[in-house]
Design a protein around this ligand. Structure first.
Ligand code: URA
Length: 431
């Protein structure tokens, strides 16, 4: 078998055999990056059949270890987002669901393309360690109920490699590649049930509802074949989910929700996903009951306490949540004013790129991140903007970066004279 023949076959839009798919995944670490880049682009352009996607998921799943979580009692539920902007739900719901008694083993990723990553956000907390062994993770969940960690080199190394490569080769946006990437990781992580947050809209990899439904159906199908319960929730990404975009800024917004100081779309999506997790985990008999439990643990402070406990357990400083000035501070800030009117639309992908341009994301492999960089957006679709306050505030250490980001951001917002409706952040649930 020959890698170049496989690339050519996919370029000609032909179906790869099971053997060819297992062969090219096995070439990781042996064949050069450029051959994988070419193949990823051919898959992006020509797609894959359901059978090819299932084979690709299997090949990536078996490229490394499969975690054994049987030492943790109860139904282990994981959650994964297909990627968005200001999408900080994990930092809200992992500790919150754990505070309700659900064992949460959360394997997270770094930023990808214009989207943020939970690991980068957590690493903005001084000292926070995302590299745990399987034994350490199991012990932590048994001791205190929750772990959020990176993919170890041994877990789905094929996805680890391809994820990094796709980030810098314009090959993220593909249903087969996203479905196999997410499901191989989730299945290797050894949880019993998975809640998927499938983002849809201008800031998502899936721009249309049809594509989001197709991605959700593909992942639910893969889960069924491998005997895991999977619930997919399609949520809106036509505007940043929270108001804060950027690593430290997003940790602060999650803390504000856990303190009970903030509601809004990020709160709403977090509680919707968390409710599904509690039901799948057998902690609550209905999503209504689950929501009450989650809300109660925001009011009584148990969710925030669990977040602090998680931070301490993973080597970080919990003091940052009480005193945000203990985070690394940006050297510069700039208030952004736009024309008056009603907020009609965001090109949310461009907003994510503006945040990356400030230093919050990567444009090449292993590029360092400025944790304090980012944007606070003060208005949402449907709001009236009258210039009495800045529309947004940008933070960075570099004035040229602010200039570039401002250009991208101002182009990304559409303001019109006519009133327009607010957007419901939860679109549909596929069980
Ligand atoms: N999240 C993933 O884990 N993989 C993708 O390909 C996209 C989003």
């Amino acid at each position: 078998m020959n890698f170049i023949d496989i690339i050519n076959k996919k370029r000609l839009n032909k179906e790869l055999t099971t053997e060819e798919i297992y062969y090219f995944i096995d070439r990781i670490g042996k064949a050069p990056d450029y051959q994988f880049s070419a193949l990823m682009m051919a898959i992006c352009l020509n797609g894959m059949t359901h059978r090819e996607i299932a084979d690709l998921t299997g090949a990536m799943l078996y490229s490394g270890d499969i975690i054994d979580l049987t030492a943790i009692e109860g139904v282990k539920v994981d959650k994964h987002s297909t990627g968005g902007v200001a999408d900080t739900t994990t930092l809200v719901l992992a500790p919150l669901a754990a505070s309700c008694g659900l064992p949460v083993v959360k394997m997270s990723g770094r930023g990808l393309g214009h989207t943020g990553g939970t690991l980068d956000k957590l690493e903005s907390i001084p000292g926070f360690n995302i590299s745990l062994t399987q034994e350490e993770a199991v012990k932590q969940v048994n001791d205190m109920g929750v772990v959020i960690m990176g993919q170890t080199g041994k877990l789905c190394p094929a996805d680890g490699y391809l994820y990094k490569l796709r980030d810098v080769t314009g090959t993220v946006q593909s249903i087969p590649l996203i479905a196999s990437s997410i499901m191989s990781k989730k299945l290797a992580a050894g949880t019993d049930a998975i809640v998927l947050d499938v983002k849809c809209g201008s800031g998502a990899f899936m721009k249309s509802l049809d594509d989001a439904r197709a991605l959700a159906a593909e992942m639910v199908e893969i889960g069924k074949k491998l005997k895991r319960s999977v619930t997919a929730i399609i949520t809106d990404m036509n505007q940043p989910l929270g108001n804060n975009i950027g690593n430290t800024l997003e940790v602060i917004e999650a803390a504000e929700i856990l303190k009970g100081n903030l509601k809004g779309d990020l709160y709403e999506v977090s509680l919707t996903l968390g409710s599904e997790m509690l039901v799948l985990g057998g902690i609550a008999e209905s999503t209504e009951k689950a929501r009450e439990m989650l809300d109660e643990n925001i009011k009584n402070g148990k969710g925030l306490a669990k977040f602090k406990e998680l931070i301490v357990r993973q080597g970080g400083s919990p003091y940052v949540l009480d005193d945000y000035s203990r985070f690394k501070q940006p050297k510069l800030s700039k208030e952004i004013y736009l024309d008056e009117g009603y907020v009609h639309a965001f090109d949310t992908e461009a907003v994510g790129r503006a945040s990356a341009a400030l230093g919050a994301g990567r444009t090449s492999y292993d590029m360092p991140i400025d944790y304090s960089a980012g944007i606070v957006v003060n208005y949402r679709i449907g709001d009236k903007y009258d210039k009495t306050a800045p529309f947004a505030v940008m933070y960075s250490d570099d004035k040229d970066k602010i200039k570039d980001a401002e250009e991208i951001f101002t182009e990304a917002v559409t303001i019109g004279a006519e009133k327009c409706d607010k957007i419901n952040p939860v679109i549909e649930v596929i069980r």
